[in-house]
Design a protein around this ligand. Structure first.
Ligand code: AMP
Length: 112
């Protein structure tokens, strides 16, 4: 999608610190890490966010969680948090579905 920063990252038009890439997803480090380990998992397909998941596109969510589990094992993460923000009030700043994976420090609950 034009003017979507994550579509541009997925297309290689904007550089990122890649962890994993395949036909369906890209995994890269967050530019403003909130934990010692903080990476993002995005579908290459443009989906605005978690509120736009439908029976037609929901497969990608299961696949993303498979990828997260695989990378967490590769990284030796015994504990991690997966977060997706949808909408401005929830803190979504990039309107392209993405899952934050955070690890490496104690994470508070509930979120602020
Ligand atoms: P959210 O605020 O939940 O929409 O998450 C968007 C995340 O994208 C934030 O944590 C940003 O730090 C991160 N981000 C924005 N631009 C980039 C970029 N060019 N490369 C890596 N991460 C980015």
């Amino acid at each position: 999608m034009e003017d979507c920063i994550f579509c541009k990252i997925a297309a290689g038009e904007i550089p990122s610190k890649k962890i994993h890439e395949d036909e369906r997803v890209l995994v890269f480090y967050d530019i403003d890490p909130q934990a010692p380990t903080h990476f993002l998992v995005i579908p290459k397909e443009h989906i605005k966010g978690a509120g736009e998941i439908t029976p037609e596109n929901s497969d990608i969510v299961a696949y993303i969680f498979e990828v997260i589990a695989r990378i967490a094992k590769d990284f030796g993460l015994e504990s991690f948090r997966v977060v997706t923000n949808y909408g401005v009030e929830a803190g979504q700043s990039v309107p392209h579905l993405h899952f934050h994976v955070l690890a490496g420090r104690e994470l508070g609950w509930p979120p602020g």
